[in-house]
Design a protein around this ligand. Structure first.
Ligand code: PMP
Length: 409
C-alpha cells in the first residue's frame, strides 16, 4: 500500500513560500478538482477560488475546450524548441497578441512564466541599448514592495525586503522608487488631491542614478503587493513623459493585470498609456498550461531586425511551448466569445458595493482596487491607520482568518 496523499505531502512535497514545519505537523489542503469559480479538495469540500488560483484562472476551472486544445496539440506536436524554428501555435499566438496589444508592440518573445518574462525584458533592454550605442544603460527601476519574480535577476527588480534579504547582495543595478499608496502616502494622503509626487520620484531617481545609466522602468498597471495599489489619475501619463524625457524604456508588467483582470486585454489600456514592452504570463492560458512572454515594440526590436549579425542572446527549452501556445489560443477564443472583459466591467458596480460594505467593518481601514482585483486593508485602528505588529499579524492571519475562511470555503 502506498502512503496516503497526506503522508506523502508531509514527507516529500516542498511547497512554494510554504512553512515546511507546519505541513509536516498539520498536512496541507489537497485540491484535486476545479469547476468554474470553485475548487474541491480530496475530501470533497468546495471552496470559492477567490484568488483565481494565483490571479491566473481567468476563464474559470474545468473548461473542456482548453483541455481539448492541449490534447490535440500534444498529439500533433508535443514539443519543439523556438530556437531558430517556429511552431504554428507559437506563430499564431504571437500574431494574435500583437494584434491585441496597443500601438507598435508587435513582436513576442515567449517564456514559461512571469518572472522569466520580466528578466527577459531587462536583458533585452540591455542588449537593445548596447546595440544603439548606449551600452552604459543597464539599470532598472521598479517600485517599493512590487513583486516581479523570484529568480535572482527578477528578485533584484522585486521590492519586497523580506523575500530579498536572505539573498542579498542582489544586482546593484536594480533600484527602487516609491509606489502609489494613496491610503498611506507620506506626501499627500491627507491632502485633498494627489500631487503625483510618487511619479516625480521616478524623475528624481533617474537624475540621481545618472539618466545615461538607466535602461528601463518596470511597473504593474495596478501594483499587487501593498494591496491592489491603483495609480492616481495622471500617474502613467507623467511616468511616460519622464521616461521619454530621459530616453528610458517603460515596461508594463502585466503578469496579473492582463487578460481581463482589469476588464481589458491589457492593463495599460485601462489607464491609457503606451509601454515599450509588456510582460505577461498567468491569464494568457488561464493557467491551463505554463506560458509567459514579453511583447516588444517595433522600435526595440528594430536593431535586431536590421542587423543580420545580431541575436538576442537569451532563451530556454520550454519558452513558448507549443502546447501552452495552443491552449492560449483556445483561451483567447473563450475570452472573446464570452466577452470576459465586458463581464468584468459590467460587474464593477456590484463589486464596488460589496467592497464598500466591507469598509464598514471596524477592522477594515481601506478598500481599493478595480476590475476583479480588490483588497481590503486590515488595520488595528481605523482612525490612526495603525497597522498590526508582526505577532498580531501572525495571530490574525494564520491563527484566525485563514482557518475561518478555510472552514467557510
Ligand atoms: N510579475 C508579477 C506582477 C507577478 O504578479 C508575478 C507572479 N505573481 C510575477 C511577475 C512572477 O511570475 P511567475 O511566478 O510566473 O514567475
Amino acid at each position: 500500500m502506498p502512503d496516503s496523499l497526506d503522508q506523502q505531502a508531509r514527507r516529500h512535497l516542498w511547497g512554494h513560500f510554504t512553512r515546511l514545519a507546519g505541513v509536516q505537523r498539520d498536512g496541507m489542503p489537497v485540491i484535486e478538482r476545479g469547476e468554474g469559480a470553485y475548487v474541491y479538495d480530496t475530501t470533497g469540500k468546495r471552496y470559492l477560488d477567490g484568488l483565481s488560483g494565483l490571479f491566473t484562472v481567468n476563464v474559470g476551472h474545468g473548461r473542456r475546450e482548453l483541455a481539448d486544445a492541449a490534447a490535440v496539440q500534444t498529439e500533433r506536436l508535443s514539443y519543439f524548441p523556438l530556437w531558430s524554428y517556429g511552431t504554428p501555435p507559437a506563430i499564431e499566438l504571437a500574431a494574435r497578441l500583437a494584434a491585441l496589444a496597443p500601438g507598435d508592440l508587435n513582436r513576442v518573445f515567449f517564456t514559461t512564466g512571469g518572472g522569466e518574462a520580466v528578466e527577459s525584458a531587462w536583458k533585452l533592454a540591455m542588449q537593445y541599448f548596447a546595440a544603439i550605442g548606449q551600452p552604459q544603460r543597464r539599470k532598472v527601476i521598479s517600485r517599493d514592495y512590487a513583486y516581479h519574480g523570484t529568480s535572482l535577476g527578477a528578485l533584484s527588480i522585486t521590492g519586497i525586503p523580506a523575500i530579498r534579504e536572505p539573498f542579498e547582495p542582489l544586482l546593484p543595478t536594480a533600484v527602487k522608487i516609491r509606489n502609489t499608496n494613496r491610503y498611506r502616502c507620506t506626501s499627500c494622503a491627507h491632502a485633498p488631491a494627489c500631487t503625483l509626487d510618487c511619479a516625480d520620484d521616478l524623475e528624481r531617481r533617474i537624475i540621481a542614478e545618472g539618466p545615461e545609466t538607466v535602461a528601463l522602468v518596470v511597473m504593474e498597471p495596478v501594483q499587487n503587493t501593498g494591496g491592489a495599489l491603483v495609480p492616481p489619475h495622471g500617474y502613467f501619463a507623467r511616468v511616460r513623459e519622464i521616461c521619454d524625457k530621459y530616453g528610458v524604456l517603460l515596461v508594463s508588467d502585466e503578469v496579473i493585470c492582463a487578460f481581463g483582470r482589469l476588464g481589458h486585454m491589457f492593463g495599460c489600456d485601462r489607464f491609457g498609456y503606451r509601454p515599450d514592452m509588456i510582460t505577461f504570463a498567468k491569464g494568457v492560458t488561464s493557467g491551463y498550461s505554463a506560458l509567459g512572454g514579453v511583447i516588444v515594440s517595433d522600435r526595440i526590436a528594430s536593431p535586431f531586425v536590421e542587423d543580420a549579425g545580431r541575436t538576442y542572446l537569451h532563451g530556454s527549452t520550454f519558452g513558448g511551448h507549443p502546447v501552452g501556445c495552443a491552449v492560449a489560443l483556445a483561451n483567447l477564443d473563450v475570452m472573446e466569445r464570452e466577452d470576459i472583459c465586458g463581464n468584468v466591467l459590467r460587474h464593477e458596480p456590484l463589486f464596488d458595493d460589496v467592497m464598500a460594505s466591507l469598509a464598514e467593518l471596524p477592522i477594515v481601514g481601506d478598500v481599493r482596487g478595480c476590475g476583479y482585483f480588490r483588497v481590503a486593508e486590515l488595520v488595528r485602528d481605523k482612525e490612526t491607520k495603525e497597522t498590526f505588529s508582526d505577532e498580531e499579524s501572525e495571530w490574525l492571519l494564520r491563527g484566525v482568518l485563514s482557518p475561518v475562511l478555510h472552514e467557510a470555503g
